[in-house]
Ligand binder design. Structure first.
Ligand code: ADP
Ligand code: ADP
Length: 224
């Protein structure tokens, strides 16, 4: 069955709906690319699925929870324990070293400092950036920063990873390498990945594509 499922989502910020009856479902270990032109509602869909914004109507179910019925506090608690996030820019804490950044979600979930730092180092190694462990985010390249951000998103073993244009700031070689590392790590931990992108070469790393047009999400026919 599906791990995360949305039905009939409607959301409007103004007179024109951003989501106009969007459906979505993802199973554990599955990587789904959400595609569509700019302004079609991709980010709004992702934010509704992650419980960051509430749709005006429709439901989002995650496991046994109905996110759209939870309080903001319970929703953010669930987000912290079960979801990981990778965005295009600026998600690392600038005052912390890269190692401390990756250890942070583990510390927040109650892992002791030594264990958190050992696991963080393992994730940095896996993402091929153990060399930047002691550096701050401002001292590393865009490609390195994105790998550190992915290590941080994976460190707390989330069940769902939400990635919004995760390779948008990278050149195509780095983008493909980062996508390979992200999807391999996600599949190894049986995490689902909701990947928002407008690039076909990034979507090629997904098991399946969902296309959003004018706020309506549709499964693409015959997607691999
Ligand atoms: P995409 O991610 O596909 O570019 P978005 O979900 O960001 O699409 O946006 C869908 C529509 O909703 C667009 O018309 C956008 O301008 C509008 N929109 C998105 N976020 C907001 C907001 N916070 N306030 C007002 N309008 C918004
Ligand atoms: P990548 O391909 O991973 O983005 P770059 O080719 O941009 O890497 O950078 C190569 C090296 O230059 C990196 O190892 C990094 O240490 C250094 N570097 C790149 N950008 C910056 C930056 N903005 N500030 C400090 N160092 C940087």
């Amino acid at each position: 069955g599906s791990l995360l499922e949305a039905r009939a989502l409607h959301k409007a910020y103004g007179p024109t709906p951003a989501l106009d009856g969007a459906d979505f479902a993802i199973r554990p270990g599955e990587v789904v690319a959400v595609m569509g032109p700019s302004g079609s509602g991709k980010s709004t869909l992702l934010h509704c699925l992650a419980g960051i914004i509430r749709p005006d109507s429709g439901t989002v179910r995650y496991g046994t929870h109905t996110l759209t019925e939870l309080s903001d506090a319970r929703c953010s608690a669930l987000r912290r324990t079960d979801f990981g996030f990778v965005f295009q820019f600026g998600q690392l804490v600038p005052e912390l070293s890269c190692l401390e950044n990756v250890a942070l979600p583990l510390r927040l979930n109650g892992t002791r400092r030594k264990d958190a730092e050992r696991q963080a180092r393992d994730w940095l190694t896996r993402l091929e950036v153990d060399g930047v462990a002691t550096k701050r985010p401002g001292e590393i390249s865009g490609g390195q920063g994105q790998r550190v951000a992915i290590a941080r998103a994976l460190a707390a073993r989330p069940r769902v990873i939400f990635a919004d244009e995760p390779t948008g700031a990278l050149d195509s070689l780095n983008g493909e390498r980062v996508m390979g590392l992200l999807t391999d790590a996600a599949r190894d931990t049986d995490a689902a990945v909701v990947l928002v992108t407008h690039e076909a070469r990034v979507a090629a790393y997904a098991d399946r594509e969902v296309v959003v047009r004018d706020g309506i999400a549709r499964e693409t026919a015959g997607a691999a």
